[in-house]
Each structure stands twice: as structure tokens, then as C-alpha cells.
Design a binder for this molecule. Sequence first.
Ligand SMILES: [Zn+2]
Length: 302
Amino acid sequence: MLNDSHCHFFSPSFFTALARQRSAATSPQELYRELQWDDPLSPEALSDRWVTELDANGVQRAALIASVPGDEASVAAAAARHPSRLVGLFMLDPSAAEAPQRTRAVLSEPGMKGVCLFPAMHHVPLHDDRTLRVVEAAAASPGAMVFVHCGVLSVGVRRKLGLPSRFDLRLGDPLAVARLAATFPQTPFVIPHFGAGLLREALMAADGCANILLDTSSSNSWIRHTPGLTLDAVFKAALGVVGPSRLLFGTDSSFFPRGWQRGIHEHQQTILDRLGVSAGDQSLIFGGNFDRLFPDWLKVKG
Ligand SMILES: [Zn+2]
């Protein structure tokens, strides 16, 4: 069983938002041409393409992140169309008007299971009251989780398009996630990419809070910031501190035609085999933990 906890849903509205950030005259079609990426056409068509892609790679379920604030309707449409395959997560800027109310409303929609915070991008500290109100709203939503991007943040599509990224990396601190996780111990918190450079802090946070999970997604190229660090050593350390039941496999797949990042899975599986991680523990990391975090909609209904 294979489930991917971290993919991005690059919907038509996502590209419309990026086009507007470049100039009022830029159309999404110009961006597709420039990037040589496929036009997503519609949230429905894109969700169908995702399911076809998951089928082709033997992936059972995937969590898709609406990757600009205000795009939650796209991913909600995808999750509603394929409830047994797709789980919806959405990026939210806690400084937006009525952010807690919107969090509550979106998380009450079927298939919408988590809010994603990017404090370095939105310049709202994790200890800020606005963040606390959003997390409080998520914690009050049954079955919802909170995803908090920490550490280094680089958004590939922004870089490719030459859009400025005025991120404040000081704000993505796993230790500040620990404070929130301790305040809401019943709510799962996910820190992606092992803390993206703040591995030590992510492990400290997760060691102290049983409701913090780490996702393994992306190429984890942040390891180059620590001389000599290898992804093998990262997995070994994470397994030693949080164990196999709090590691969530993910790829960070996003655009088409590239599609699902099979190479990330192969690489991580090779590492876990090399480390001698048992088949049972691997099945938790590659699928079981996902199903525990996002109980299957059909089973919940049935
Ligand atoms: Zn990502």
C-alpha cells in the first residue's frame, strides 16, 4: 500500500494568481507556455488526471494541497469527486480577513482535512494570536490536521517565473510548532521535509509532542546545508526519535506532464531497505500512517 501525504494541486486559479502577481496583462496561458507545463483545464479535469497518475504508479491515496491562499474550492472539488483517493489540504494566510471562520467552514467540507500554514511566506509568526485563532479553529474541526512549513522555503514555480519571494525564514521554527502542538494535543501537526533544514529542532519538537508527525517529502536538498549529512542519516535519526508511526511518506509532486515523482519513492525505499527497516514499519511510513491520519472516507461512511 502506498499513499502520498504531500502533493500540490496546481489548479487554474493557482496559475491565475501567479499570472496576476507578474502583471495585470499576463494570462495563465502565457505561464503554461513559458513553463512548458500542461494547462490544468479545470479542477475536475486536473483531479481526474491525478487519479490516472496515481493508478499508473500504484498509489492508493494522495493529499493534495491548494497552494495559494483562497484556492480551497479547487481542491475541495477534487476531493469531493474522488473521495476514496484524494484528501484536500489548503494553504491559508492567517492575516486574511475572517481566517478562523474560513478555516472552520472549509474543514467542514467533505474531504477537506487540513490547513497548511507557511509562516515564512505570510509573515505571521507561529506565536501570533492570528495563527493561534486559526489553529484553534482547525482543532475544533473533527479529523482535521495542521501542516506547518518550517525551515528553508523555496517555491520552484515562483523561481522559474522570476516572481519575488520575500520569505522570512526566521518564522518557520519547529519549536514554535511544539508550543501549538502542546496547546492542542488532540490535533495532529505535520512538519514537512523533516523540518527542511531544522532537523534538530523538528526532532526536539516531535520528541516532546506525540501529536507531531514529520513528512519525508521532496528531494530534501536542504541536507546540503549541513556538511556531511545524508538522507540515510536523517531517516535513521528520525526513526530513532519518533519511530516509524510518525513518519509520513510524501513526494512533493506538483505539475504535469512531470506528474507523480516516482524517483522520490524509489530513493526513500532504497534508504529504508539499507537501514534494515522492517516491512511492517515501512508499510506504516509509506501508507499506514496516512490512513490513520486520514481515515478512508468510504470506511468512515460505511
Ligand atoms: Zn510542498
